[in-house]
Design a protein around this ligand. Structure first.
Ligand code: GFB
Length: 318
């Protein structure tokens, strides 16, 4: 399907989501000019800088994939940065986009915006119905601000600003930092090192009892392309795989993928986070989109990406 855009500005193009979306655009819509700006060239927290950049580049659509992101330990350790940087980037970029007449704005959040004890599976309307999960409250609040600002611009000014709330993501270009990463890259790195070092046991964080849903990042990129191509997208919509797995079962799956045969131990001194955050994806399915990459296949692709990054010396670890 042709897209009615000549120039799309993708923020966060070097991140896992942004780079996956740029790859997909280049493959499926090579005629569309993809505009990007590295952090050292454009500080998205400064509205005047963003306005000047948009004035100079005039994109007709923005996919907002820039975020200060991290796993449970990073979020629980740096709430000031997770709240302030993400709120400032959202307000500066969404406001500048409206001022400069950008036709379409797709903002990315996360399913951690929903209450800790939301009924499962989580539907979009459960937003703000009860307290958030403490370990990532700062990030969740920031993402709720961005989602709501887009919703208000759409309601008040009729512009097509809307949001996607992906479940836990993993895959090509992930961040493998030993402490700041999410669970899948965290386990891949540590299980690989345990295999190489012949470690007899390895500990996973927490009790292993929480359940998580996962989506391969190339599936998300396809969902984002789908969302900017439909005429009346939901104000915000969950993007997930509709299946979840316990962290201990995931650890066993990662061990099998990597070929690690030691004993897997739990470490209850580390936080579990929210017990479960399975998304209800019926709203997204109703728009005509479903994911294609199963977890088993995705883990193989992610491990291959890790090994490639390791051998090339360009593994993302920040
Ligand atoms: O992926 P994760 O860091 O974030 O942790 P959340 C998921 C679960 O995996 C937690 C356990 O119960 C962790 O205790 N876990 C076990 C590990 N071993 C590891 C490990 O080696 N590394 C990590 N990171 N976890 C995030 C939010 O919550 O979800 C973010 O903090 C974002 O803001 C993201 O929303 C999507 O799933 O708990």
């Amino acid at each position: 399907m042709e897209l009615p855009y000549q120039k799309i500005f993708v923020t966060g193009h070097r991140g896992m989501v942004g780079s996956a979306f740029c790859r997909l655009l280049a493959r499926k819509h090579p005629h569309i000019q993809v505009i990007t700006a590295p952090r050292e060239q454009l500080d998205l927290t400064r509205e005047s800088d963003v306005r000047a950049f948009l004035e100079a580049n005039r994109p007709d659509a923005i996919v907002f994939a820039a975020s200060r992101v991290g796993g449970i330990i990073a979020n629980a350790t740096y709430p000031v940065e997770f709240l302030s940087e993400n709120v400032q980037m959202a307000i500066a970029t969404i406001t500048a986009a409206y001022e400069l007449g950008v036709k379409r704005f797709l903002y990315l959040g996360s399913t951690c915006i929903y209450p800790r004890m939301a009924p499962q599976p989580i539907r979009e309307e459960y937003l703000l119905t009860s307290p958030l999960e403490e370990t990532n409250e700062a990030y969740a609040l920031a993402k709720i601000v961005g989602l709501k600002l887009c919703q208000y611009y759409r309601k008040q000014y009729g512009v097509l600003f809307h949001s996607a709330m992906p479940t836990n993501l993993y895959g090509t270009g992930d961040n493998y930092h030993p402490n700041h990463s999410h669970v899948i890259p965290g386990l891949i790195r540590r299980f690989h090192e345990a295999k190489i070092n012949g470690a007899e046991t390895i500990s996973i964080w927490g009790t292993g009892k929480p359940r998580r849903e996962f989506l391969y990042v190339d599936d998300l990129a396809d969902a984002l392309l789908h969302l900017i191509s439909i005429h009346n997208p939901p104000d915000w919509v969950n993007v997930g795989s509709s299946t979840d797995i316990s962290i201990l079962e995931l650890a066993n799956l990662v061990a099998r993928t990597i070929g690690y045969q030691g004993q897997i131990l739990t470490d209850p001194s580390k936080p579990d986070g929210t017990p479960r955050k399975l998304t209800d994806t019926s709203l997204m399915q109703a728009t005509g989109w479903t994911p294609t990459i199963e977890l088993g296949e995705g883990l193989k692709l992610a491990y291959e990406d890790f090994l490639t990054g390791l051998s090339n010396g360009n593994l993302r670890s920040q």
